[in-house]
Design a protein around this ligand. Structure first.
Ligand code: SF4
Length: 135
């Protein structure tokens, strides 16, 4: 999905959503396993991460396919939020990214209803783009 905003090459060069620090282990997609041996170096790498990006191609877990967007709980609200650390997307005009998220909002919400485990508590590393559900 993100390739509608940035190229596959930009995505593969960054790989920022495919490794995790100790403080963002909460972000590890539920369907993903990580290489625990790497934790001593400060980072956990997804087992599916190859030199040229994700080895799963179009069969990525839902959270990866949605990235850098997430459905999050913020108090009583459900929001669509954008990961600040997705460098290639953060270089785009925010209004363009927000419009894209708005176009996809219904699809994101449907995925979240079907897969409630992908909905995480809001984290300040994310920018709230829109509220999709109140209460
Ligand atoms: S499954 Fe693929 S896209 Fe998802 S974290 Fe692993 S390498 Fe990255």
């Amino acid at each position: 999905m993100v390739h509608q905003l940035i190229s596959a090459e930009e995505c593969a060069e960054c790989k920022g959503c495919c490794f995790f620090g100790k403080n963002d282990a909460w972000e590890i997609p539920s369907a993903v396993t990580v290489n625990g041996d790497e934790y001593s170096a400060g980072l956990l790498y997804c087992d599916q991460l190859g030199h040229n990006g994700c080895l799963l191609g179009g069969n990525k877990p839902i959270e990866c396919a949605m990235f850098p967007f997430r459905v999050m709980r913020l108090g009583e609200q459900t929001v669509i939020a954008l990961a600040r650390y997705c460098k290639p997307v953060m270089q785009l005009p925010l209004n363009r990214v927000a419009r894209f998220a708005s176009d996809k909002a219904e699809a994101f919400l449907a995925l979240a209803r079907k897969n409630p485990e992908i909905v995480k508590e809001y984290n300040r590393e994310y920018i709230v783009l829109m509220v999709v559900q109140e209460g």
